[in-house]
Design a protein. Structure first.
Lengths: 487, 95
């Protein structure tokens, strides 16, 4: 019999329903794995064992009574950016080291209402600002595929936890690639929905016009299962979109025949690891072999996506993070001499170096004299990039390419050079700027490390994108590979 | 343009941040590098382009101005390190 942790989320659901194991057995088994993995991977900031076991008993009772909800008893973890009522929520920062929210994020509440069981809160780059999980106040996360390498970021703890089979699935957030990049580096499936598809209420804000909650799972099928439960209009988030939520699971069987897939030429050239390119080409060939049509497409302004992002995101972050003033919640400096001193030292002590860098960058590009040259210009280039995607989608149904330029890199390798670190998100940022749904699926290995294929769809095209990924995963087994020692 | 320590101090005041010891040199060097990197945006021809503030060009949705939250003050203020009689405490502002 397959070990419980080896099952996908859908497999766990089937096992619970047919009585192969109970929710308590599954939860206790995974909690033991989490405890054992913690010294090696550091994937969790908080483990909620008691609450999880109590929820598992309640789930078992519901299953026994025939009242199981769609995700009844399924073990997940939340990125520690989502507020959880009564459970510490740190956002990876000293600033919120002791913060216990008095309410749940909408995404958290929806998944709980659907029956999911939360095993803990996962490690992350501080305030989701990072691509390696090294900016966390709570220490580096290690990549299960090779300890000493980064799992990517900012949802690095979620990606490592799913990859190491510690949970069935995890939530994440993606502002410039923070779900897709760690998913690629850890060999799992990561989905960022259309901007506004999932409520941002209770999700600690970084860059409000880019942030979007999504899923880290083993398979596209599992992503469909979770996304359906998380999505929908939320009156508490004025940017959440009033559009019907498709039945993503039912849409998975759509065939690849007739699907037009655009290969982004700008993503396949200079900067992309040669072996990674081979893996991506093999993946697109698989789509073609199964009936899709391949077309070369160009996103002419995509080369400016990283500098655009590093104006827009810091500008929004400098505004959003002004709420952390040391007074109503968060870290408060000792013995302030006056109010100004309280603000500056609380923030100076509470925020780490990368967060402070981004607040300073945002303050600079928004300040008088520089606003037009940087912020306004970035908003204009953002429209050019969005228009490039719109033109591509006149020709094709999906665009694809690599998720990252290279497989996982070493912890400490890029920490002293922010620009090099920023360029790791060169293929993922465009979808955030244009608000489009995008996902990463495992597509092979480079030097023994996972590579990811990125798919991007038109707004609210999650169903079609998930179906394409699912069909690809029916034909390949990259997504089933487990890191050595974690299977 | 170059960024010097005077610029950093001015920005730090605006951003309500403090930098101690080695942090000051580090932020000066790295902010200069970041600004030099984003300077390439100036090369794009955007003369007739409308700025894009929202990815889906949606209009802000409004709701009725009615209170609907039921979080009590004591729970909210439990998040703060200094409160008294339902008020947040701050250093003296007016002498």
């Amino acid at each position: 019999m397959t070990a419980m942790h080896e099952l996908t989320l859908s497999g766990m659901r089937d096992g619970l329903r047919d009585g192969s194991f109970t929710a308590r057995e599954l939860t206790a088994h995974l909690l033991a794995r989490i405890e054992a993995a913690q010294p090696r991977l550091n994937a969790f900031i908080t483990i909620t064992a008691d609450a999880a076991l109590a929820a598992a008993d309640a789930a078992d009772a519901r299953i026994k009574d025939g009242n199981a909800r769609p995700l009844e008893g399924l073990p997940i973890a939340h990125k520690d950016i989502f507020c959880t009522d009564g459970v510490r929520t740190t956002c990876g920062s000293r600033m919120l080291e002791q913060f216990v929210p008095p309410y749940d994020a909408t995404a958290v509440a929806l998944l709980a209402d659907a029956g999911a069981i939360v095993l803990g809160k996962t490690n992350m780059d501080e305030f989701a600002m990072g691509s390696s999980n090294e900016t966390s106040f709570f220490g580096d996360v290690h990549n299960p595929w090779r300890e000493g390498l980064s799992p990517g970021g900012s949802s690095g703890g979620s990606a490592a936890a799913v990859s190491a089979r510690l949970v069935g699935a995890a939530t994440g957030t993606d502002t410039g690639g923070s779900i897709r990049q760690p998913a690629a580096l850890c060999g799992i499936t990561g989905l960022k929905p259309t901007y506004g598809r999932v409520s941002r209420f209770g999700m600690i804000a970084f860059a409000s016009s880019l942030d979007q909650a999504g899923t880290l799972t083993r398979t596209a099928e599992d992503a469909a299962l979770l996304l359906g439960a998380m999505s929908g209009l939320d009156p508490r988030d004025s940017t959440s979109v009033d559009a019907p939520v498709d039945d993503y699971v039912a849409a998975l069987d759509a065939p690849l025949e007739g699907l037009r897939i655009g290969i982004v030429q700008e993503f396949m050239g200079e900067g992309l690891d040669a072996d990674y390119a081979v893996a991506v080409r093999a993946a697109t060939a698989e789509f073609e072999a199964r009936g899709a049509t391949l077309v070369d497409v160009s996103l002419g302004n995509i080369g400016l996506s990283v500098p655009t992002y590093y104006v827009v995101a810091p500008a929004e972050c400098s505004s959003n993070l002004s709420r952390f003033d040391g007074i109503r919640f968060g870290h408060r400096a000792d013995n302030p001499v006056d109010l100004e001193d309280l603000y500056r030292r609380s923030r100076g002590e509470g925020f780490g170096a990368e967060v402070k860098r981004r607040i300073m960058t945002g303050t600079y590009v928004l300040s008088a004299g520089y606003y037009d040259a940087y912020y306004l210009q970035a908003q204009k280039v953002r429209r050019l990039i969005s228009a490039d995607f719109a033109r591509a989608f006149e020709q094709v149904d999906l665009v694809v390419g690599p998720t990252t330029p290279t497989p996982a890199f070493g912890l400490g390798e890029k920490t002293d050079d922010p620009i090099t670190m920023y360029l790791n998100d060169i293929y993922t940022i465009g979808a955030n700027l244009a608000g489009l749904p995008a996902m990463s699926v495992p597509c092979g290995f480079v030097n023994g490390l996972p590579a990811g294929l990125q798919l991007v769809a038109p707004a609210f095209g999650e169903g079609r994108m998930l179906a394409a990924a699912h069909q690809y995963q029916q034909a390949t087994d990259w997504h089933l590979q487990a890191p050595e020692g974690w299977s | 343009m170059s960024i010097g320590s005077d610029d950093i101090e001015k920005l730090a005041v605006l951003a309500r941040l403090s930098f101690e010891g080695d942090e000051l040199g580090d932020i000066t060097d790295k902010l200069a590098a970041i600004v030099a990197f984003v300077d390439q945006l100036g090369e794009a021809d955007t003369a007739s382009v409308t700025p894009m503030a929202h990815p889906l060009d949606q209009v802000q949705r409004l709701r009725a101005d009615a209170a609907d939250a039921d979080i009590d003050r004591a729970r909210l203020q439990a998040c703060s390190e200094a409160t008294e009689d339902g008020l947040y405490l701050v250093p003296r502002v007016i002498e």
